[in-house]
Design a protein around this ligand. Sequence first.
Ligand SMILES: C[S@@+](CC[C@H](N)C(=O)[O-])C[C@H]1O[C@@H](n2cnc3c(N)ncnc32)[C@H](O)[C@@H]1O
Length: 250
Amino acid sequence: MKLPNQPENPEIQLVETTSGEVTLAIDGGQAMQAWERELMHETADILCTYGSVFLEVGLGLGLSALRIASNPGTQRHLVVEKYPRVTELFYERNPQVPASLEIVHADIFAYVQSIPEASFDGIFFDPALPPPVWDDDGLWDAFVPTLVRTLRPGGAFIPFFSTIPELRQQFVRFFDRVIVERRPFNAYPTTHYTPATSGDAYIQCFIHTGLDRITSEDVEKFKTKRAKEKKLAQGKKSKRSTTGRKPPKH
Ligand SMILES: C[S@@+](CC[C@H](N)C(=O)[O-])C[C@H]1O[C@@H](n2cnc3c(N)ncnc32)[C@H](O)[C@@H]1O
């Protein structure tokens, strides 16, 4: 599978300010901030209702990982993290972790191939990816079915919350059932990656019913339909001479 264009050795820093802001910075960008704690916990708690064996993509500050791993029902929580420095910083802050927590260093887009089918009851997907990666339709068309096959039927796939009340287009077509939970959020005054510093966040829980497996023919049909829609939208945009809204990280 094609790997997205991400830096191999970025500069990774944990930045703590006197006003109490905590930011994990990757190449100077805000990859994660501690104000997300409550939303991470909410997401983790929802995920844990789906079983006892989980996968998480992206360790970050480890807020969701610790919550999932310390849930009394959790037997195993595997976290795939691309950058070893992120894990070092995590262990400096959290020397004692639950026995169920296991962290591997890998790029999920490569590692996914090695995961056996129906291994997990739930997946929390929260990697910080450069914006062009989210727009790479071909990448998601190839990757999402490979990841979804690692869920048992009835398992849940939850991407990081959205601050826009729209189902995430990278995932929605691969599932027949979606449950959305709305929660308030309050970011830091310095947060760049949300459209506002407060508002509503939407936790989107995609359920792998087991009947929603799509064939490569379905993917082809979808691609054709989407290409037509894009062409149409571009035509409309250029007529109105406006620019499209860029989806923020969250
Ligand atoms: C937003 S943070 C995760 C936050 C986490 N949920 C928490 O509660 O702190 C994103 C993490 O994804 C990692 N990451 C980025 N790209 C990745 C990839 N391709 N594979 C695995 N991890 C990745 C980043 O290094 C970073 O640690």
